[in-house]
Design a protein around this ligand. Sequence first.
Ligand code: IPE
Ligand code: IPE
Ligand code: MG
Length: 249
Amino acid sequence: MIDNGIDKSRIPKHVAVIMDGNGRWAKQKGKSRIFGHKNGVRAVRDTIEIAAEIGVKFVTLYAFSTENWNRPKDEVSSLMELLVFTINKEIKTLMENDIALQAIGDLKSLPKNCYRELMKAIEKTSSNKRMTLVLALSYSSKWEIMNAVKEIAKQVELKKMTTEDITEENFASYLCTTNIPDPELLIRTSGEHRISNFLLWQIAYSELYFTEKLWPDFRKEDFITAITDFQKRERRFGKTSEQLSNMMQ
Ligand code: IPE
Ligand code: IPE
Ligand code: MG
């Protein structure tokens, strides 16, 4: 039952990751920011592999935010190229490991070739069952929530829905993450303690884990450390500790 020091019976179903620190990692080495992004791919691979190995069902990686469009043009285009290149290169591994790819965000705003390759990979891997890898691309939570609100308002306007129909569950079905359970654990690397417009609705009750490690240095054992830390926490959901221990008896 205990493997790598982790309790196999309490593996989070969904782990979300804010992959941060590529630029600083490169700067420390006197290299360009894009060198940092390229070296972040190994950490992506390690994370996906270990997550699948221990039985996590969903991994969401924050790869590019709406706000990241404001970075220097050459960094943005290099990131998009890297994305297409990596998807093409990794699709074989995804198939071999029975991993499905999904994406959330304003995908239509991606460069055409990027969008096309992404859709191809999503389609190709769609019947894979072991785990789902969700890439957050051109994603921001405020954008997602605004979209949901507009869509719901439209439905009400068309009288296909009344305000009484708007429940938490129904609202969540208008988000990009419909059919994806909320993450129990959110990891952010690079020592920054902020959410940066990521999954605001979905992390309402997630456990947050911050590490100083810069993303390109993040390895399987760091993921395991985050999981063991998560497993030590008492998730009370507003109840008292005593109520929880009574429920266990
Ligand atoms: C994360 O690393 C990758 C993306 C946001 C695309 P950064 O590029 O943000 O690296 P730092 O934070 O500048 O070190
Ligand atoms: C968050 O990282 C976005 C991604 C990891 C894709 P940033 O580096 O863009 O976040 P801020 O700007 O430091 O908050
Ligand atoms: Mg950053």
